[in-house]
Design a protein around this ligand. Structure first.
Ligand code: F6P
Length: 353
């Protein structure tokens, strides 16, 4: 097995789920752990794991195997020494006479898993990411733990915000999607939530802030997704947007929005970016349960020789989806979904109307 891409709190819990179920099913199972994701498979960097390696890791964040980003786009390019990466991975798999490769990964890692499946390897994959953006599963492991951390950040801002008459902006991770910001924003009682899926109009954001001030509210909290985008920027071509971002004066979107709000309203603004804290710490109970369930079902697939699937959760049941169907597809927040409607009903502004 290997853990690939950005880490999250529940990787160890998931590997433990797979391992415990396999050890229960077979007397002679051997688990090989590849170091630092696909890199370990490419360069035959691995360790033979023992049952004891999976003890005490249910609650431990990070990954006992280490991880790295190996961009899918570069998988077909040789490495700096001319090594064919895909052939090297196949070679390691065959040399170790593996029955199956278990991949714990996000979007890019699922694409590589599917590539290896097409190349003839037996694959079972598991949906990891704090972003919750994998198509085909209601939930990814790591997401709920990150929601806890991001919510806690907003909670902390709330107490200081209550003492000062300021606008506080909390920038939340999530890559191209707004799941984490949406959930942490609602859970933390944010007044305004800005998501990549709902391009915002700065005038509407400022109007919402002014309305709060006029109603006697001393402070406002805005939860901004790192991928949030204005209506004007959403109308730009990919190339134009890339160029604009390259020349931006601001370290990230929250700072840009903060500067513009301050200019337009005269209000004092503070920006907080919890960043990688959101991937850190221990997995929350929800994730521990989800990881254990997903891991156990992955073991069941291996036992049955059912390969080429990602194990997923649908309507609270654990099931599977062909990698060929899910790999490369992102799951976005639907602006017309009921959660957005309900958030608007309680007065949260998304900067769109
Ligand atoms: O995909 C998880 C994630 O934390 C995203 O939310 C974020 O955009 C990205 O990874 C950060 O990546 P890195 O750790 O490589 O800076």
């Amino acid at each position: 097995m290997l853990t690939s891409g950005g880490d999250c709190q529940s990787l160890n819990a998931t590997m433990r789920g797979v391992a415990k179920a396999l050890y229960n099913m077979f007397d002679d199972v051997e688990i090989v752990g590849f170091e630092e994701g696909y890199k370990g498979l490419m360069y035959a960097d691995y360790q033979i794991l023992k049952p004891g390696d999976f003890s005490g890791i249910l609650t431990r964040g990070g990954t006992i195997l280490g991880t790295s980003r190996q961009p899918f786009k570069q998988m077909r390019e040789p490495d700096e020494n001319g090594l064919d990466k895909v052939e090297a991975m196949k070679h390691t798999y065959r040399k170790l006479r593996l029955e199956c490769l278990v991949v714990l990964g996000g979007n890019g890692s699922q694409k590589t898993a599917n590539l290896l499946r097409e190349e003839g390897l037996n694959i079972v994959s598991l949906p990891k990411t704090i972003d919750n953006d994998l198509w085909g599963t209601d939930m990814t492991f790591g997401f709920q733990s990150a929601v806890n951390v991001a919510t806690n950040a907003i909670d902390c801002i709330h107490t200081t915000a209550a003492s000062h008459g300021r606008v506080f902006i909390v920038e939340i991770m999530g890559h191209k999607v707004g799941w984490l910001t949406l959930h942490a924003g609602i859970a933390g009682g944010a007044d305004i939530i800005l998501l990549p899926e709902i391009p915002y109009d700065l005038n509407i954001v400022c109007d919402a802030l002014k309305k709060r001030s006029a109603a006697g509210k001393k402070f406002s909290i805005i939860a901004v997704a790192e991928g949030a985008i204005s209506k004007e920027d959403a109308a730009l071509s990919k190339k134009e947007l890339k160029e604009k971002k390259k020349n931006s004066l601001y370290p990230s979107v929250a700072y840009e929005i903060g500067a513009k709000i301050s200019q337009a309203t005269g209000q004092e603004v503070r920006v907080t970016v919890p960043g990688h804290m959101q991937r850190g710490g221990e997995p929350c109970p929800y994730d521990r349960v989800l990881s254990t369930r997903l891991g156990a079902e992955a073991a069941e697939l291996i036992k049955n020789g059912e390969y080429g699937y990602m194990v997923v959760v649908k309507n609270n049941e654990i099931t599977k989806i062909p990698l060929s169907e899910t790999a490369g597809k992102l799951k976005y927040v639907d602006p017309n979904s009921s959660i957005i409607k309900e958030a608007k009903l309680v007065g949260i502004s998304f900067g769109d109307q």
